[in-house]
Every structure is written in structure tokens, then in C-alpha cells.
Design a protein around this ligand. Structure first.
Ligand SMILES: Cc1cc2nc3c(=O)[nH]c(=O)nc-3n(C[C@H](O)[C@H](O)[C@H](O)COP(=O)(O)O)c2cc1C
Ligand SMILES: O=C(O)C(=O)c1ccccc1
Length: 361
């Protein structure tokens, strides 16, 4: 029987993956407080269902940066999809396209930007980390534009990599046959060497990521591309206002799935203040802990235009390649439509804060 929940797909994925890769995917930083809190926040909300509404047609489509998403869901940028399935990002791209979902390809993708674009049939963005070598960043931006990527998403919560204790204990390094093929091999040498007490990912980031990056540098990126710019990793009203002042086109409310600053606000808890601080024309997306269609409904009711899912996409990919990612997205769609119907809110426009109350305990 097809899995009835994402949790079932998660269990199946665990059986497919080595303990080290499982830990890299599932893990967070520090004591994993933020990782756990991302999930727990969804349980603090109750739905306020309305009766006797015509829900014969429930339409979860939304507009985002000039494109229509049939499903208000995107796949969050994740490094190295080939860690969990040999097809990697092209399988993810095909599944996202079929489901009407967005794919955010990562700068650490294990398939070329051009191959991913050729497999995509829906909206496709490219995630960037700000590399010390700006000319390498500029070259990637140019390639992305030529290949048809629709937006650039800059991750701003990783001036360095979080202390991921599981990876440090495992001495985790990406296997040498899986490479960040869009980056110069000379840039990547460190990532395959790690011993106990270090991780290849953290060493690599220390060498390549530019920790001097500030708001003033965004102009440099803007000069190099006409693509919309999205900032991922905004958790405060202050930064939301600053992003708006700098002409950013959208933000992702995110704590990087609990993998960066442990103890940072749960993403769902930060969402209302960010939404309230942004002018109405700048959409906020949310990621972190979204595991069901009901979770999506909560995030939309609190003002998110769409959500991103990270780990669940890897569970699908690990268990079934393209079809597995498709199962994850189809399940989220079915659960979201079901929630909208029983809630008496048949369109995304009907999902507002009146749909929620604090869980009464
Ligand atoms: C295995 C893995 C790799 C990731 N790699 C990146 C990355 O390269 N760039 C980035 O901005 N975020 C990265 N993230 C964070 C995701 O984009 C996203 O913020 C997070 O996974 C959302 O939380 P969720 O997994 O609970 O859905 C990664 C997350 C995971 C689990
Ligand atoms: O694992 C991550 O969360 C991540 O952001 C990352 C960063 C650099 C290389 C690979 C993954």
C-alpha cells in the first residue's frame, strides 16, 4: 500500500541510507533544540473550521514572483541530492515539475545546472552561498540566467556552518564520487577530507564562504543579474524591513531546518512578525518542520505565500527516486486539499489568521 503519511516515507528512507548519511540529512546543530521546536510549533495551533461552505473545488494554487504554482510548495535547496539517490537533482526536478511545485536547486548540486534545468518543467530557482571568489559566483549567476532559472535565492544564515554534532562525531565527509559539479574542483578539495571531530562540509564552508558579507554587498549581485532576488534565513522584523529597503523580491523565513544557530526562533514562530514587517507586495515563504498538508495550511494562514520542504524531499528521493519525490508532493497536495475542505476555506485567499486559534491547553 502507498504510504499514508510522510512519517511512513521517512521510516522507509532510514532503511535505505547509511547511518552517516542519515545523520547528515536528519541532524541539526547543537542540542537540536531548534530542530525539534520547528516541528513543535505546528502543534500549538488549532483550526477554526467554518461550516456550510461550498468546498466542491479546493484550489491550492498561488502566484509567486510572476509564476503560478499549482501547489504552494517548493523543494528547499539542499546540497548533493546524489547522496541519497544516483539520479540526484534531475529526478527531483522532474517530480517537482509534475506536481506543480517549485524546485530550488542548490549551489552544491551534484548535477549540472543545465541538466537540472533540462529536467525541470516548472519554476526553478538557484540557491547561492556567497563565495569568497566573487568571479566564481558571477559565473554561476550568468550560467543560471542562460539556463532559464527564474530567481536567485541567497542563503544568509550561514556565514559559517553550524556545529552539527552528529557529523562531527561521524567525521562525515561527502563520498568522493559525489561532487558539487557546478563549482570548480580546485574550490572543492577540502570537502572530502574529514576525521573525527571535524566535518568535510564545515571545513569546506570555512574556506569558501565569505563571512564579511553585509547588506551593502547585495548591490553587487543585483548589478550582475536581472533575476528576482530572494533572501533565505530571515527570522526577525528588523531584517525583513532591511530586506525590503534593499529591494529584495521575497524572503524565506527559515532557520535552515535547525542546522545553523541552535536556539534560534522556530520558523513558524518568527513568521507573523516577518509578514507584518514586510510591505504587502513582498511575499514571505516559510521552511522548517513542514510535514503535512495541515502544516502547510497553518503556515499559509499565518501569512506565508508558500512553504518549502527539505528533508521530506530527500526521504522520497531515497525511497523511490523521481516517483518517491512525487509521492511526497502528491501526499502533501491531497492532505492540503483535504484540510482546506474540512476547514471550509476552499482557496488560499480564504486562509488567513481567522482560520487559527492557539491550541487550548
Ligand atoms: C541535507 C540538507 C542539506 C541542505 N543544504 C542546504 C544548502 O546547501 N543550502 C541552503 O540554503 N540550505 C540547505 N539546507 C536547508 C534547507 O534548505 C531548508 O532550510 C531546511 O531543510 C528546511 O527544513 P526541513 O528539512 O525541516 O523541511 C539543507 C538541509 C538539509 C536537510
Ligand atoms: O548541509 C547544509 O545544511 C548546508 O547548508 C551545506 C552547506 C555547504 C555544503 C553542503 C551543505
Amino acid at each position: 500500500m502507498a504510504p499514508l503519511t510522510l512519517a511512513g516515507i521517512e521510516r522507509a528512507a532510514r532503511d535505505q541510507l547509511s547511518p552517516e548519511i542519515w545523520d547528515f540529512v536528519e541532524g541539526g546543530s547543537g542540542a537540536e533544540r531548534t530542530l525539534a521546536a520547528n516541528r513543535e510549533m505546528f502543534g500549538r495551533h488549532a483550526f477554526r473550521p467554518r461550516a456550510l461552505v461550498d468546498v466542491s473545488v479546493c484550489a491550492p494554487a498561488v502566484d509567486l514572483l510572476g509564476a503560478t504554482l499549482q501547489l504552494p510548495v517548493g523543494i528547499a535547496p539542499m546540497a548533493y541530492h546524489r547522496l541519497v539517490h544516483p539520479d540526484g537533482e534531475t529526478a527531483t526536478a522532474r517530480a517537482a515539475g509534475k506536481a506543480g511545485a517549485l524546485l530550488v536547486a542548490g549551489i552544491f548540486a551534484s548535477r549540472t545546472l543545465e541538466d537540472i534545468a533540462a529536467a525541470a518543467t516548472g519554476p526553478l530557482w538557484l540557491q547561492l552561498y556567497w563565495l569568497r571568489r566573487r568571479e566564481a559566483l558571477a559565473a554561476l549567476v550568468e550560467r543560471a540566467e542562460a539556463a532559464g532559472y527564474a530567481a536567485l535565492l541567497l542563503t544568509v544564515d550561514a556565514p559559517r556552518i553550524g556545529r552539527r554534532l552528529r557529523d562531527l562525531r561521524n567525521g562525515f565527509a561527502v563520498p568522493p564520487e559525489i561532487r558539487a559539479v557546478n563549482l570548480d574542483p580546485a574550490l572543492m578539495a577540502a570537502s572530502h577530507h574529514a576525521g573525527q571531530g571535524s566535518s568535510g562540509i564545515a571545513e569546506h564552508a570555512r574556506e569558501q564562504f565569505d563571512p564579511t558579507l553585509t547588506w551593502a554587498d547585495l548591490a553587487w549581485l543585483r548589478e550582475r543579474s536581472r533575476l528576482p532576488l530572494v533572501l533565505k534565513g530571515v527570522l526577525t522584523a528588523e531584517d525583513a524591513r532591511r530586506a525590503a529597503d534593499h529591494g529584495v523580491d521575497a524572503v524565506v523565513v527559515s532557520n535552515h531546518g535547525g542546522r545553523q544557530l541552535d536556539g534560534a526562533l522556530p520558523a513558524l514562530a518568527a513568521l507573523p512578525e516577518v509578514v507584518d514587517a514586510l510591505p504587502p507586495h513582498i511575499p514571505a515563504l516559510l521552511d522548517g518542520g513542514v510535514r503535512s498538508g495541515a502544516d502547510i495550511a497553518v503556515a499559509l494562514a499565518l501569512g506565508a505565500r508558500a512553504v518549502l520542504v527539505g528533508r521530506p524531499a530527500f526521504w522520497g528521493l531515497a525511497t523511490g527516486g523521481e516517483a518517491g519525490v512525487g509521492q511526497v508532493l502528491d501526499l502533501l497536495r491531497d492532505e492540503l486539499e483535504h484540510t482546506m475542505a474540512l476547514l471550509g476555506r476552499p482557496s488560499v485567499a480564504d486562509l488567513d489568521r481567522t482560520a487559527l486559534a492557539p491550541w487550548p491547553v
